[in-house]
Design a protein around this ligand. Sequence first.
Ligand SMILES: C[S@@+](CC[C@H](N)C(=O)[O-])C[C@H]1O[C@@H](n2cnc3c(N)ncnc32)[C@H](O)[C@@H]1O
Length: 349
Amino acid sequence: MLEEVKHYYGKVLKTSADLQTNACCTGEAMPGHIGKVLGELVPEVVQRYYGCGLVVPAELEGLRVLDLGCGAGRDVYLLSRLVGEQGSVVGVDMTREQLDVAESHVDEHARRFGYQGSNVTFIQGELERLDQLGLEPGSFDLIVSNCVINLCEAKDKVLHDAWQLLKPGGEMYFSDVYADRRVPVSVARHPILYSECLGGALYWNDLIGLSKGAGFADPRLVSDSPISIDNPELAKLVGDIRFFSATYRLFKLDGLEPSCEDYGQAVIYKGSLEGHPASMELDKHHLFETGRVAPVCGNTWRMLHETRFRPHFEFVGDMETHFGIFSGCGTALPFDTGAGAATPSTSCC
Ligand SMILES: C[S@@+](CC[C@H](N)C(=O)[O-])C[C@H]1O[C@@H](n2cnc3c(N)ncnc32)[C@H](O)[C@@H]1O
């Protein structure tokens, strides 16, 4: 399907208005300071955005970032601004036409951000060959990706290579489309459903398995929302399958445990992350309010203690004494599929 995808993103789509479903163009909530930076970007890269989530975690200043499947570069430029001139962003995409748009605005964004020179680089290549693009292993603090992994044939290889490219304590923070079941071949091989990010969507539980297989032992769901398919013909083909856009974060921490274990530890958020004075959200089940003692499992403690978040927390305890299973990490089911589920995200196209 690689050639179909290249053709779709290179020749068929010109702006997000050309999409036939809203899977690769969900209208995610936008915090004010990010909306402000988006307003600084060249309109062409914003109009060619085909993402399905917001891949902007906290604490970005100075980071070296890699964007997998960067397209026309909206997230690359957004992050270029947020990491600051001392940080850098590399965007990889296989589609020449997408990169041509991205590359044509490198100097203009550096000028708009007031940088001496650009902190952005683009590389043409397939994510299935991430290990052959000359990127140095262990050199990235953060890997993002927005609505792309579903389009990759070898998702396990992409995750495996991402682990290799991250520094210890780094993280992969990515949005994608997931299904509530494994999609049948009739949907998986349909050219439009595939190109529009539905056909190749992983059953969410398979993402968990693939992530663990790549070394990311404790994947954390950050946010999710149901996707509506407003095209009646495509909706008929899809039938009862439910799709979601979701953002996960995967920390590169050796030795994370397969389950949440209780060592009697706790953390206290200092309120010091820029833009997050009242609370810090690690994932959908962990919101740390400023000044409040929060009991955490060993894995969560390490995600805060052995990463860039460490200066922003006080830490209580160690991992010397085990008290059994930790009960406070939330449910295993990721999406709000029961009564009271969120309404499908509205289309932006
Ligand atoms: C849905 S678009 C998302 C683009 C961008 N992340 C954004 O948010 O606008 C998918 C992008 O992934 C790229 N892509 C898909 N499969 C790829 C692969 N196997 N290797 C590299 N790029 C790929 C396509 O060329 C396209 O630009």
